[in-house]
Design a protein around this ligand. Structure first.
Ligand code: CTP
Ligand code: CA
Length: 241
């Protein structure tokens, strides 16, 4: 696909995109993972670079060719993704959490491979992972509250990341779940995909609704993941001070 001919409306902007899916180790050879291919995150990184942004791509277990013009940080687990995203976000204009983050991880990782025994296996106890998107939103909210009056005159855009974008894959009550999630996570945009029937995971195209904090909803018809990426960057660019 031709990437030329896009506006350079993200020139001078620092953007962080997470892509792929995190894996949580059970033992040295096994993990709990998900079906995210990284295609949508990579399309976001490619198109942002084509629009002039300085892109950091945090890639969790993605086996796609490196996108041109992005600095790549490779991670495996949610803890590693969190570290990489939070550190890259400190001075970023935009963070897009396109990665599918494991909600749970095994309470402990076995140092040696779990062997098959005569009886039934032991249960794997799961614990909750930190919510990176919610943490980004919460950190920004706290930083905005801490602004001095002088700083505050610069507006809410004075605190990085200026725009925070989340993704959500829902199987039912797509819009209602999406709206609730947008509010809960404190992000500015939430891209809601409907999962199933050849949609979302591992496919070349995507259909989605982009929910905007404050009420607007932008429908993106089924098409290449670059098209959805461009709609996201259009909405982001309009929100940058
Ligand atoms: N996300 C995150 N950290 C997590 C889980 C999710 O940063 N531990 C981010 C994802 O990258 C995505 C957004 O939050 O941008 C929504 O993810 P989703 O799985 O849809 O939301 P959850 O809050 O985990 O809710 P649920 O899975 O129960 O629908
Ligand atoms: Ca989840």
């Amino acid at each position: 696909r031709v990437l030329a001919g896009r506006p350079r409306d993200l020139a001078g902007r620092k953007v962080v995109v997470s892509a792929g899916g995190t894996r949580e180790a059970i033992d040295p050879v096994r993990f709990i993972g998900n079906r995210s291919s990284g295609l949508q995150g990579y399309a976001l990184a490619r198109t942002a670079a084509a629009r002039g942004a300085e892109v950091t791509l945090v890639a969790a277990n993605v086996t796609l060719p490196d996108p041109a013009g992005a600095a790549i940080v490779r991670v495996e687990s949610t803890a590693e993704l969190r570290e990489a995203v939070l550190s890259a976000s400190a001075d970023a204009d935009v963070v897009v959490m396109a990665a599918a983050v494991a909600d749970f991880r095994p309470e402990s990782r076995h140092d040696a491979k779990i062997k098959k025994t005569d009886g039934e296996p032991e249960a794997i106890r799961l614990v909750k992972n930190p919510d990176i998107l919610a943490e980004l939103g919460e950190r920004r909210r706290a930083a905005r509250t801490a602004l001095t009056d002088g700083d505050r005159e610069a507006g809410p855009g004075a605190v990085p990341p200026r725009v925070i974008v989340g993704f959500a894959a829902e199987t039912h009550d797509v819009l209602a779940n999406g709206q609730a999630k947008l509010a809960r996570k404190g992000c500015d945009l939430l891209v809601v995909n409907q999962v199933g029937e050849g949609l979302a995971f591992g496919t070349a195209g995507n259909a989605a609704t982009v929910l905007v904090a404050g009420g607007e909803a932008v429908e993106v018809p089924f098409g290449p993941k670059e098209d959805l990426a461009d709609v996201v960057w259009d909405l982001v660019a309009a929100r940058l001070p």
